[in-house]
Design a protein around this ligand. Sequence first.
Ligand SMILES: Cc1cc2nc3c(=O)[nH]c(=O)nc-3n(C[C@H](O)[C@H](O)[C@H](O)COP(=O)(O)O)c2cc1C
Length: 343
Amino acid sequence: MWKYFIRPLFFLFDPELVHNFLIKWTKLFGGTGLPDMRFTSPLIEKKVFGINFPNPVGLAAGFDKNAEIVTSIRRLGGFGFTEIGTVTPRPQSGNPKKRIFRLTKDDALINRLGFNNDGVDAVVNRLKNKNFKYYNTSLPIGANIGKNKSTPNSKAHEDYLECFKKLRSYVDYFAVNVSSPNTPELRNLQSTSFLKKILKTLILENNKGKKKPILVKVSPDLSNSQLSDIVSLLLQLNIDGIISSNTTIARENLKSDNLKNEIGGLSGKPLSKRSTEMVRLIKKQAGDKLPIIAVGGIMSPKDVVEKINAGASLVQIYTGWIYYGPTLVYDINRKLLKECLNN
Ligand SMILES: Cc1cc2nc3c(=O)[nH]c(=O)nc-3n(C[C@H](O)[C@H](O)[C@H](O)COP(=O)(O)O)c2cc1C
């Protein structure tokens, strides 16, 4: 149904237009009338960095940037958690449109949105008014936080701190995004000196009250030695986890010749190999001390098994959901359950 009917229809329109339509529709109807995709079993529930996840499959950052559909995403998508954001202190409109491209021959997207979001105050207001016990289940929510485009890197830690302080009471974990390719210089914040400054600032604040897990989201374009330096730093600072990975600026072996040179971050199938390789490297270096959320190119249940075997505790999906539709997460969880029962 998705592949042969709904997807071709949606793919007739601009990707951002379809996205905005789906967010509005979900906000209005909450997925009413559609099958309930929730999936859980004690066998696939997971406790990671102190949080109970009804299943290990999350919606990746960027889909629900402004926390508009957090209460319906579990029923509608079957997800075990969701990550809102990237949220910045002040609202910003992002880069000029058109800024999302479908590379259909590659099961991929390129986006150069540039942290378009309503700003942290609007997001907090929205979260305050949510009924998290919707459908009698609670869904863990992560907040992916970033800096405004106009904030220089030397002051970036202040932006992350502001988002952290304001969102703290309303979310379950934080993802420090220093890896989006669409905000100039942002990825330089992955250098040990900048990252240390940001993380120490957040840890200091975190120690003042009930602690929230802090994770760092990294870029697939890091060299292996840069990744290793980051992992060492995260272990040294006792950071709760790592999200691997964001989108890539690499353009290898793509079939969509007409679009592959669009500027922005590439996501989807072509990202899968590097993302899994990074999970393997992180696991080898950190063992069980640094839980990993694997994201990048998950298009099928088999891809999730691969990421988990490489060392991931949880996974997230964005592009695969666009290409393979709302039943993907249900199928993944069914496969995970089957694997558990067979072992
Ligand atoms: C349109 C779009 C917008 C995104 N926005 C964000 C974002 O705001 N913050 C972030 O950390 N990642 C963002 N991402 C990256 C995803 O969260 C994910 O890391 C990446 O797409 C790889 O996963 P996938 O191959 O399943 O899509 C975005 C991805 C896409 C396709």
